[in-house]
Design a protein around this ligand. Structure first.
Ligand code: NAD
Length: 484
C-alpha cells in the first residue's frame, strides 16, 4: 500500500482528508492471521480528535460534492472500479490472509466491489424527480432528490470489502460524503477501496476511513450534528443499539443485520445432487454469511438419502489455509467466532441433538472448525434462536409444507429464505409465504449489485443494491412554484 514513509507497509492507517495517517494517540492494535494467530500488521486507533477532523473534512467535502454533476461522480467511481480489478489479486490475497476465506472466494468478493461501484455510478445518473399536476391554477409542483448529507457507516469482517463497497459506492454516487468505520479484524479490503478512490481522483473528505474501538467511534459520529444518515451491517444487538443512538437524533438508518435462513427441500428434487450443491452454499465463507442457509427442512420422502449425501459432502470438504488452492473452507475469522460456535454446538448436544459430523475444532492453533451437521436439534437450542454464523447445518424432515413454513418463519429473523423444488406451484407458494427480504428458489445466489439486498423483522430495514440502494442516500424535496 503506498502510504507515506512514516507508516509501515504492513500497517493499516486512517484516511482523513485523503491523507493516510496514524491515530492522534499513536495507538496501533494487531491484525491476526486466523490460520495461525500470527501478527500480520496493525490497524490505527482513531481518537476523538481524529473523528472531529474526519467530521470537519466530511462536512466541507459534502458542501462541494453535492454540487458536482452525476457524470463526474460516476467517472471517479468507474475509475476506482477499474483500479480495483487491476489490483484484484493483491487485494484478494490480503483479504484471505486477514479473514481466512479461500482465495477464489476473496477474488470474487473483490470483483463484486468493482461491480458495486460501477452500478452505483450509473444509478447516480438516474436520480430523477417528477412534475405533479396541481389543483391550484398556476401552481406547479416538482420533486427533486437530493443527497441526504454526510453519512456514518459501519461494516463487518465477514465480507470486509464488499459490504463496504455497497455503502461507499451508493453514498458517493448520490452526492454524499461518507465516513466509514471498517472492520478492525480485516481492514485491508477497505484500505484498498480507499486507495483506489483516491487514485481515481476522489476529492479529499468525500470518503474517510477510520478504525478503532467500535463503540467509541459510533457514539461520537452518530451524536455529531454533521452526520445525517447512519448505515450499519452487523449483528442484531449492535444494530438495535445504533438505531437507538440514531433515533435520539432523528437520523435515518439502513440496518443490514443478521439472518437465520431456512431451506425447504421438496420431495421432487434429486436428494444427492441437491445435497452436493447445498454443501457448497452452506460452508461458503465457513458459514459466516448473513444469508447463509442454516435450517434445512427436507421432505420426509427424501430425508435419509439427503442427510447421507449432505454429511458425506461436509466430511469431504478440504479445510485449510485459504491461500492453498485446494482449500474449500478456511478457518473462522476470529477467536470470538470459534468460541461462539463451540458453545452453540455444546448447547445443542446437551439438549439432545444428534451430531452427524464435525462438532470440533481442528488443531489448537488458528481458528479452524470442522464442517458440522446436526439433526434432532430441539427448538430450545441456542443455535435455533441466535444466528449460528459458522459452519453449522441443522437438518430436519417435514411432511406438510404448511407446517414447514410455520417453522421456517418462526425466528425473529427475516433476511433470506430458500427452497429447492421443480414445482412451479411450490415455488410460487414459498415466494409468497416466506417472511424474508430475499427468496432464492433452486439457488443461494440472492445478492448482487443490481438487486435490492436487505431484510425484514429483526434482520433490519432498508436495502442496498438495485434501484433501492441509492435511495438510501437521497431525500425527496418538493417545490411548489407559481411562476413569477
Ligand atoms: P459484534 O456483534 O460485536 O460485531 C458485529 C459488527 O459490528 C463488527 O463489525 C463490529 O466491529 C461492529 N460493532 C460492534 N459494536 C459496535 C458499536 N458499538 N458500534 C459500531 N460498530 C460496532 O460481534 P462480532 O463478533 O464481530 O460478530 C458476531 C455476530 O455479528 C455474528 O454472530 C453475526 O450474528 C453478526 N454479524 C453479522 C453480519 C452480517 O453480515 N449481517 C456480519 C458480521 C457479523
Amino acid at each position: 500500500m503506498p502510504f507515506d514513509t512514516e507508516i509501515d507497509a504492513a500497517d493499516r492507517p486512517l484516511l482523513i482528508d485523503n491523507v493516510w495517517r496514524a491515530g492522534g494517540g499513536g495507538e496501533w492494535l494487531p491484525i491476526l492471521n486466523p490460520v495461525d494467530e500470527s501478527v500480520l500488521g496493525r490497524f490505527a486507533v482513531a481518537t476523538s480528535a481524529d473523528l472531529d477532523d474526519a467530521l470537519a473534512s466530511a462536512q466541507a467535502a459534502f458542501l462541494m460534492w453535492r454540487d458536482v454533476g452525476p457524470l463526474a461522480r460516476a467517472q471517479v467511481l468507474r475509475g476506482a472500479a477499474a483500479l480495483i480489478l487491476e489490483r484484484a489479486d493483491a487485494l484478494a490475497t490480503a483479504l484471505t490472509r486477514e479473514q481466512g476465506k479461500p482465495f477464489a472466494q476473496a477474488r470474487m468478493e473483490i470483483e463484486g466491489c468493482a461491480r458495486a461501484f460501477d452500478w452505483a455510478a450509473e444509478e447516480g445518473r438516474r436520480t430523477y424527480g417528477r412534475v405533479i399536476p396541481s389543483n391550484t391554477p398556476g401552481l406547479m409542483w416538482t420533486t427533486g432528490r437530493f443527497p441526504v448529507g454526510p453519512v456514518a457507516a459501519f461494516t463487518p469482517w465477514n465480507f470486509p470489502a464488499s459490504q463496504a463497497a455497497a455503502k461507499i459506492g451508493s453514498a458517493i454516487a448520490a452526492g454524499c460524503s461518507i465516513i466509514l468505520k471498517g472492520p478492525e479484524d480485516a481492514p485491508s479490503g477497505c484500505v484498498g477501496l480507499a486507495q483506489a478512490l483516491v487514485d481515481a481522483g476522489l476529492p479529499p473528505g468525500v470518503f474517510t476511513l477510520v478504525f478503532g474501538r467500535p463503540p467509541e467511534i459510533s457514539e461520537h459520529l452518530i451524536a455529531s450534528p454533521i452526520i445525517r444518515k447512519v448505515s450499519f451491517t452487523g449483528s442484531v444487538p449492535v444494530g438495535k443499539h445504533l438505531a437507538g443512538l440514531a433515533a435520539a437524533q432523528m437520523k435515518p438508518c439502513t440496518m443490514e443485520l443478521g439472518g437465520h435462513a431456512p431451506v425447504l427441500v421438496f420431495g421432487d428434487v434429486d436428494p444427492v445432487a441437491a445435497a452436493k450443491t447445498m454443501v457448497m452454499g452452506k460452508f461458503r465463507n465457513a458459514g459466516q454469511v448473513c444469508v447463509s442457509p442454516t435450517r434445512f427442512m427436507i421432505a420426509q420422502s427424501i430425508y435419509e438419502p439427503f442427510v447421507e449425501a449432505f454429511v458425506e459432502g461436509a466430511k469431504a470438504l478440504v479445510v485449510g489455509d485459504g491461500l492453498d488452492p485446494a482449500t474449500e473452507m478456511g478457518p473462522l475469522a476470529n477467536d470470538r467466532r470459534l468460541a461462539s460456535v463451540e458453545a452453540m454446538v455444546a448447547d445443542a448436544l446437551a439438549k439432545g441433538a444428534t451430531l452427524r459430523t464435525g462438532g470440533e475444532r481442528i488443531g489448537n492453533t488458528g481458528y479452524f472448525y470442522r464442517p458440522t451437521v446436526l439433526t434432532d436439534v430441539p427448538e430450545t437450542a441456542r443455535m435455533l434462536q441466535d444466528e449460528p454464523f459458522g459452519p453449522i447445518a441443522v437438518l430436519s424432515p417435514f411432511t406438510d409444507r404448511e407446517e414447514a413454513m410455520v417453522r421456517a418463519n418462526s425466528t425473529p429473523f427475516g433476511l433470506a429464505a430458500y427452497a429447492f423444488t421443480r414445482s412451479q406451484e411450490d415455488a410460487a407458494f414459498v415466494a409468497r409465504r416466506f417472511e424474508s427480504g430475499m427468496v432464492g428458489i433452486n439457488t443461494f445466489a440472492v445478492g448482487g449489485a443490481e438487486a435490492p439486498f436487505g431484510g425484514i423483522k429483526e434482520s433490519g430495514y432498508g436495502r442496498e443494491g438495485g434501484m433501492e440502494g441509492i435511495d438510501a442516500y437521497l431525500t425527496t424535496k418538493v417545490v411548489a412554484q407559481i411562476p413569477g
